[in-house]
Design a protein around this ligand. Sequence first.
Ligand SMILES: Cc1cc2nc3c(=O)[nH]c(=O)nc-3n(C[C@H](O)[C@H](O)[C@H](O)COP(=O)(O)OP(=O)(O)OC[C@H]3O[C@@H](n4cnc5c(N)ncnc54)[C@H](O)[C@@H]3O)c2cc1C
Length: 455
Amino acid sequence: MTNSRTNGVNGVNGINDNSSKQKPEIVIVGGSLGGLFAGVALKTHGYNTTLLERTPVNLLHNQGAGIVAGGDTIEFFKRYDRTGKPVAVPSYKRLYLNQKGDIIHEEVNRQNMTSWDLCYYLLRANYDRVDSPYLADVKLPEERSTDGKVTYCYGCTLTNLVEEGSKVRVHYKRKQDDSSDSDASILADLVIGADGPSSTIRKILEPSVERKYAGYVVIRGTVPESEGSEAALSVFRERFCFFHAPGIQNLTYTIAGEHGNTNPGHRLLNFVWYANFPEGGSELEKVMTDKDGRRRHITIPPGMMSEDAWNLLKDKADERLPPQMAEMAHKTREPFVQCITDVISPKNLYMNDKVVLVGDALAGFRPHTVASTSQAAFDVMSLVDWLDGKIDRKQFVKQVMSWARLIQARGVTMGDRSQFQTLPVEEYIKDRNLASRKRQEDVYPEWVFKGIDEI
Ligand SMILES: Cc1cc2nc3c(=O)[nH]c(=O)nc-3n(C[C@H](O)[C@H](O)[C@H](O)COP(=O)(O)OP(=O)(O)OC[C@H]3O[C@@H](n4cnc5c(N)ncnc54)[C@H](O)[C@@H]3O)c2cc1C
């Protein structure tokens, strides 16, 4: 990338530009939602991309869990999805339960719920035309003559970035068929770091920035709608249902079922249950040690929880949760656990604008914000606007960084209020309503802009 600070990579305007001008080589690191958002948008705007994903197989493993689809996630699919498949299941009401399972507060509030796997497969269909049962009732997108070239490389783990004049050399290890690794590298005009909350790129560029445990975990799982009791269905079906108690928050809602099926009766009930486990405590060690005896740092993936840990959590569910939510814990087949963590990078652009961080690599939000996927979508749509010259560099940095700072801090406040303070339910309702506010309506305090002009 040149020093052009207003018009994106090498000053190339991407939209429909298939002229003889040299296209910038863009390397995307990370093939989850953030990386695929970047790949799909850049392809549509005529940029050539190579995507490096460390997972050694072509498709990422589906955790089968729900995502609250914020405004920017929906906007992204509206702009770029060519399959026409509905990405979200609506929820029409918010309900709050007490521990007996009675509804103590109810408000009409439409919200869109989607699932990680549906988003993932729609994005892969749009990026490198991966066919899947998720496309059963729609068609695989056609290529357009104006599309950029795409190359998806799995089993490729970024290890280093080195500036080489106006370019960046991306070093990575490539998994061979015999499971050994070989070293490889690729020269890029722009590198998009979409390598998640433990980003290697961020560690290389900002070694002092740490990802820190917040003192509680989230236990997640799904139950087929067809297996829910009447009591459970009456509060979870097309509802966003909450429960708060000291050190506990549980929210449960309906998401698309197998292969993105949004038909009633075929969907899933998705639960998200936050529970405190102090750092260094024996219970945290038990929960975070998988069935093979390995202490996992951040995540126990589906299918890997030990029986002891799951029994401990089910006992806690019976003791502390409303019966409908305890039912979900008993009926889910593949629960998984993630430690809640905090991390944010001070900047999004590095190496003279040749490296940009997006999504969780830029800022790992606490999930209470329901904004991680939307952050990735917003960062990418903003990046494309900058590359296309619709906004200048200053505006790009300002809008992305101020929102990342605002929502990251909001997540810490919301999470700490929920897990470490005992407040009247009205306070939690207020927090939740704040998290649902449209990005465009957010109020930005002065501090979120501090130092942004120097980035
Ligand atoms: C497999 C998977 C399943 C998920 N399931 C859910 C879910 O069910 N519900 C939910 O709310 N959120 C889920 N998430 C998280 C959600 O995708 C993100 O919070 C959000 O969409 C922003 O994503 P991201 O792409 O910025 O980061 P992430 O989703 O964390 O993706 C980072 C990607 O980068 C890859 N990567 C990391 N380091 C390297 C490296 N050095 N070289 C190459 N590649 C690298 C990782 O393998 C991963 O695919 C999931 C994430 C993953 C990876």
